[in-house]
Design a protein around this ligand. Structure first.
Ligand SMILES: *Cc1c(COP(=O)(O)O)cnc(C)c1O
Length: 448
């Protein structure tokens, strides 16, 4: 296994630390935790300047589906680059955005036939929230302006998206800037008491949601959820039954359902859309991260004909007046189309069934490990928790585990006491085995 050494990278890394303010990072931690300069990627592997290799077990923050420097996606972007790199989408359109919208609409079987674009995931969430409230205003219900979100949910870090996020570390400093929301219990299957099934937890969480809807439905525009897996919330997984129950409550109380599939969409949980596991469609569905294969910033919010029509009229103000400079960027759309081509021509969803079985096999050791609890998997996400009593230093565990994995040549970033893998859909059986064994060795070192 190759060891990551930073000695030859000092110049680049030092320059970075001087001028680049890195995301989601206490910069001082880099006094002891080396920053890693990546100069190349190929397939699931990342390479530093000296050629040390790292297996990208978390798809570069859940974005990369088909590996780095994928020939088909590279080619698609290159082809598009020769035609038009960007043009504004107000008053103009272009082939990649039209084709992408048509294909995504078809994937929802026409249920969500209108696609609004942005660049990052948080913006797609902002769009869904704004559109939902605007819809109710246009329907003479301007008082419907509250949002319901789930305990432990994550929807991004701009102020609107952060308001419906319930992950303390992201909210702490900004609480006073955020609008009030209603928070419903998470259907997290880890909450099961003796004899309870995931469906029982789903039912219990939906009962609590029903009470909130009963009391407040006149003021509620929408509920926003992450279908099946609350990813940033320590990969909390839950029964699809919850989605069915929420769908029917939303119908009963005239409340929009926003399915944030930014992390769980694009095949991650086993279906192209996570909602398909429950056989329901939301009123809004957001995608980002994997949609461009991890190549370029692209996000979108899809919605129904009913909602689209409410905005259609003679008055400018009746329209949805929201825009981002790079809305529907042609290069990003071309990358997304190449990904959809790969899904089709390489029967990715079918092959992922086998790949997720491999994941389970290579991490079977963790199921039997007495230091570990809540082993869980949904498609191409596998996670487990280190029992808190097994952790001497819970606060520094994520960084220690990250470093131990680096020494093993693995890119793994625990969330609190949760270790997870979320690899690109191209890992070979050997690479999967290597990943399982390396994570075990790293854990043994950290807990020794
Ligand atoms: C990552 C994520 C977002 C935010 O996307 P950004 O591109 O980071 O703004 C929103 N919702 C979910 C579920 C996510 O995982």
């Amino acid at each position: 296994m190759k060891v990551i050494s930073d000695s030859n990278q000092i110049p680049l890394v030092e320059r970075s630390l001087k001028t680049v303010w890195h995301p989601c990072t206490q910069m001082k931690h880099h006094e002891s935790l080396p920053l890693i300069a990546i100069t190349k990627g190929k397939g699931p592997w990342l390479f530093d300047e000296k050629g040390n290799a790292l297996l990208d077990c978390i798809s570069s923050w859940w974005t990369n589906l088909f590996g780095h420097s994928n020939p088909r996606i590279n080619q698609a972007i290159n082809n598009q680059l020769e035609k038009i790199e960007h043009v504004m989408l107000a008053g103009f359109t272009h082939p990649p955005v039209v084709e992408l919208s048509e294909r995504l609409a078809a994937l929802t079987k026409g249920h969500l036939g209108h696609v609004f674009y942005a660049s990052d995931g948080a913006s797609a969430v902002e769009i869904a929230l704004k559109m939902s409230h605007h819809f109710w205003r246009l329907n003479n219900k301007p008082e419907k302006k509250k949002f319901v979100c789930l305990e432990n949910g994550y929807h991004g870090e701009t102020l609107g998206a952060l308001a419906v996020t319930d992950v303390a570390i992201f909210r702490e400093a900004y609480g006073s800037l955020l609008q009030d929301v209603l928070t419903a219990p998470s259907p997290d299957a880890r909450k099961a008491q003796a004899g309870e099934s995931p469906e029982d937890i789903a039912k219990r969480a939906a009962d609590a949601l029903e009470k909130i809807f009963e009391a407040e439905h006149q003021n509620i525009a929408a509920i926003i959820i992450e279908p099946l897996v609350q990813c940033a919330g320590q990969m909390a997984m839950y029964s699809p039954e919850y989605l069915r129950l929420v769908r029917s409550l939303c119908d009963r109380f005239d409340i929009h359902l926003i399915a944030d599939e930014i992390a769980v969409g694009c095949g991650r949980t086993g279906k192209f859309f996570s909602c398909e596991h429950a056989g329901i469609w939301p009123d809004f569905l957001t995608l980002s991260k994997g949609i461009s294969g991890g190549y370029l910033p692209l996000s979108l919010s899809m919605t129904t004909d009913k909602i689209y029509r409410a905005f259609y009229g003679d008055k400018t103000q009746q329209g949805f007046l929201h825009s981002h400079s790079y809305t529907g960027n042609p290069l990003a759309c071309a990358a997304a189309l190449a990904c959809l081509d790969i899904f089709e021509s390489e029967t990715v969803l079918e092959k992922n069934i086998e790949r997720s079985k491999n994941l389970a096999t290579e991490f079977a050791w963790a199921k039997a490990d007495s230091r570990i609890e809540h082993w869980r998997q949904q498609g191409m996400i596998l996670a487990f928790d280190i029992k808190l009593k097994s952790l001497e230093r819970p606060n520094t565990f994520p960084r220690e585990m990250f470093s131990a994995n680096l020494r093993e040549g693995m890119l793994i970033r625990p969330i609190g006491n949760t270790i997870y893998v979320m690899p690109p859909y191209i890992l070979s059986a050997d690479e999967t085995a290597q990943m399982g064994a390396s994570v075990k060795r790293a854990l043994d070192q950290v807990l020794a």
